[in-house]
Structures are given as C-alpha cells and as structure tokens.
Design a protein around this ligand. Structure first.
Ligand code: BG6
Length: 462
C-alpha cells in the first residue's frame, strides 16, 4: 500500500472524552452532584429526548472492556477527564477513596495496554456546592480548584505525564453566562468576563502548583477550541469585525495561556464598555509566569463573520456580537446534523497561526470529529458504515500533514470520540464515536471508521 501522508514517528493517535459524558454512575461510588446532575433534575426538558447524565455510556463499570477495544483499534493515547465531584464530593475537603480506586484502575489499565493517559482536570463539570457559592465568579472557587488539582497531581502524577487544566474554558463562559446553553443560564457579560478571568487564574495557579512537584518528563497545558475566524471579505470593516470576534473567542484564552498576557485590544474594548473583571494584586504576574508547556487544539468548525448590518439595540445586554454579525458563506459544506460547517483547511490555518504568532508551541489535535444523527441508517451486517466520518478525518489529516511539512509543532491527533457518548444538552442525538453504543443494552460495536483508523495507526499515515 502506498502511504501518501506519513506522520512523524511516535505520533499520538487516539481519542478524547470527558468524565460526565461517559462514566455514568452519577449517583454511585460516593460521587457528589455536579451542575449537570442538578440541571437535569430541575429541567429535564432542556436535554434531547429528556436523557440525562445518570448512566451515559457506563464507562464506570465497563472501562476494562472499553480499554481493550481501544487497544484493538490502535490507540496509543487517550484523553479522559477526572470528575471533580467524584474525587472530592462537594468540591472541597475529603477525598472519595472509591474514586481514587476507580481512576487508579483506569490509568493502570490504560498503561498496561500501552495507551498513554492524557488527563483533563476540568471539563465543564462544576461540583454543585461550588456553583452555589458562585462557581467561577468566586475567587474561593479558584482556590478550591487549585487544591483539587494538587490532589490529582499527588494521587496520579507518578503515572500521568500529560495534564490539561481545562477543556474549552470559553464554552462554560458562553453557555453559562451569555447564550443560555449551560447551567447557571445567566446572561451577563460582566459576570462572563469574571468567570473567564478566574478560569485563567485557576489554570495559572494549577500550573504553578504542578511545577513544584518536579515530575520527570511531565507536561501541563490547556485544551482550547481555536475556532478560526474568517471575514466575509477583505473589506476593512469585515476584517475588523473578524479581528474583534477572534479577540473575544480565541485570544481571550490563547494569549494568556501561551504568551502570558491578555491582548491589549480586548482589554481596551472591555474597558470602554465598563466590562472589565476584578483583578487581584499579583494575578497578572502569576499568569505571566505560568504559561503552558503544551496546547491541545479542538477543531470542529470555522467562524465566519461580517461587519454589523445594524447598530446593536442599546437596551439589550452587552454581547461580543455587538461587534460583528455571523456570515453564512454561500456554498459552504455543512454537517447538517450538528449544524456546523466542515472546513478542513481551518486546521492548517490554526497551526500556521500557532507557528507564526505563538512561538510554535508544542501542540496536538485534542478533538476533531463529526456528530451524526440516526446513525442506524448506515447499519450494514451489524456494523455502521460511517464512510462520511472516514472522509471527514482524512480531509482534516491531509491539512494537518501539510502543516507538519511546513514546520508546525504538531504531535498527535485525537478524534472526538472513542465511543458514542452523552453530548450535554444534545444527549445522544448526534453520535461521534469510533464505536457505537446501543443505549438499551450498552453493547459496543466498532464502526467502519474504527477499522480504518487501526490501519492508519499501523501505517502511521494513509
Ligand atoms: C467539544 C467538547 O466542544 O465538542 C465536548 O469538548 C463535546 O465535550 C464536543 O461533546 C462535541 O460537541 P457536542 O456539543 O456536539 O457534544
């Protein structure tokens, strides 16, 4: 077989997931409640077909078999997250020993199968008690997170060598404080800015603590959804709109995490509109000193914008979209189920930007994937023939390969996700996995893409 796209030696091939989306056992094993358990209790209608996080894909009980399957389809690495409310019910204080046993078992099982665990500390799942104290609006919660991170490093740092403080930290800001798709469903930009700022502060504090451990060969970073922003045209008004959009949604986390500083233009906009967060003494120096070793990049879709058509309503809440309108480019390729554009070159553009403007920081694709509704339509002889997913991955890998050829510091590719999992308010509407999960029986069946991926890993390319 001719391999046209060969990847560097020791490339990380695998997939990613998060605790709340696969573990299940939400009310077992001594776990406390998180915001998802609670939001589902009070508003089950906000979740597709009223399916909540209680059971999800039952990884808590089936992890051994699942890891065996991971091995079978060629994984050499896998990103999971620790559930804060499982490890420390209530968010502070006593460690839940059942959780320690569970995460130890998972980590050891992965290592026994030569799969490197990449661990995220926070993937959208605030312990309920801490949310009741104000969640990321509260500086006390920042301290609680730091203590939680220290416990994780102490308990698992001897074996886990890649740590990620947060997954897509902008998403809880957007969902919980601007656009009403995460609990606590607040619409208030000033609070959103405080939440975003405290998240970066918590991240820097965790990095500072991590470095005191002096683990050999360990790295710490963050996972960001670096949705590239494209202007409708090169008209200066469109370009300006795209730059501002980029400041709000990408550079608000990328700059402090990698460069140690907030973009001045963003600070200026917030100052002008009276939306700056409260910053403590010494915070900015701490952020400056504790930049990441490694960056996870999640890429699903581009963002296309144009100059605003109309002035914003002065009697509406201040929003990032006061500065731009979204633009539907004629002829764009869509994933109609998720409603997201598919634009493979975006992955290349992100990498070139990291190379040129962010010191060519070591990075990898920590998520990329395609959620499809009613996948049973593609069942043939008991297996889902997901050729569309294979095409999707190939398309992105080709551009990723090109970026590597041009000197970008890309170390791996993880698909979202290993097996079908619970997608927050979309629950099980769109399926993303290499492995399908029958929700009634919890039976796992590899899809066609799983076998294809195995050959890609074996050949280190395609
Ligand atoms: C990323 C998240 O935003 O995309 C995942 O890190 C999420 O948690 C994934 O599941 C796919 O998005 P969605 O909304 O379709 O689940």
């Amino acid at each position: 077989m001719i391999i046209q796209y060969k990847f560097p030696e020791d490339f990380w091939w695998g997939s990613a997931t998060s605790a709340t989306q696969i573990e299940g056992a939400a009310h077992e094993g001594g776990k406390g409640k998180n915001i998802w358990d609670y939001w589902y209790e009070i508003e089950p209608n906000r979740f597709f077909e009223n399916v909540g996080p209680a059971t999800t894909s039952d990884f808590y009980h089936r992890f051994k078999d699942d890891i065996k399957l991971m091995k079978e389809i060629g994984h050499n690495s896998f990103r999971l997250s620790i559930s804060w409310s499982r490890l420390i019910p209530g968010g502070r204080g006593e460690i839940n020993q059942e959780a320690v046993t569970f995460y130890n078992n998972v980590i050891n099982e992965l290592l026994a199968n030569d799969i490197e665990p990449f661990v995220t500390l926070y993937h959208f799942d605030m312990p309920l008690e801490l949310q009741n104290e104000g969640g990321w609006e509260s500086r006390n919660v920042v301290e609680a997170y730091k203590e939680y991170a220290i416990q994780c490093f102490q308990l698992f740092g001897d074996r886990v060598k890649k740590w990620f403080t947060f997954n897509e930290p902008i998403v809880p800001v957007e969902g919980g404080y601007l656009y009403d798709f995460h609990y606590p469903n607040i619409v208030d930009f000033k609070k959103a800015a405080q939440v975003a700022y405290h998240t970066i502060l918590a991240h820097a504090k965790a990095i500072e603590a991590f470095r005191t451990f002096n683990f050999a060969d360990s790295k710490i970073g963050i996972v960001l959804n670096l949705t590239p922003t494209y202007p409708r045209s090169q008209n200066p008004f469109d370009v300006k709109a795209a730059n501002i959009c980029d400041l709000f949604f990408n550079r608000s986390f990328l700059d402090p995490a990698v460069l140690g500083e907030y973009p001045k233009e963003l600070v200026e906009i917030l100052r002008e509109h009276g939306q700056l967060p409260v910053v403590g003494k010494g915070d900015l120096e701490l952020i400056k000193q504790n930049t990441v070793d490694i960056l996870g990049v999640n890429y699903y879709q581009p963002r296309r914008v144009k100059a605003k058509e109309y002035l914003p309503n002065p009697y509406s809440p201040f929003m990032p979209d006061w500065f731009f309108d979204y633009y539907e480019m004629p002829g764009r390729k869509m994933n109609p189920y998720r409603g997201w554009e598919i634009y493979e070159k975006g992955i290349y553009d992100i990498m070139i930007n990291l190379k040129e403007n962010y010191g060519n920081i070591e990075c990898f694709i920590s998520e990329n994937g395609m959620g499809v509704q009613d996948e049973e339509r593609f069942l043939k002889d008991g297996r889902i023939e997901d050729d569309y997913r294979i095409e999707f991955i190939k398309g992105h890998l080709k551009w990723l390969h090109k970026s590597i050829q041009e000197g970008c510091n890309v170390k791996g590719y993880h698909l979202w996700t290993f097996m079908d999992n619970w997608s927050w308010s979309n629950a099980y509407k769109n399926r993303y996995g290499f492995i399908s999960v029958d929700l009634k029986t919890q039976k796992r069946t590899p899809k066609k893409s799983a076998y294809w991926f195995k050959t890609v890993v074996e050949n280190n390319g395609f």
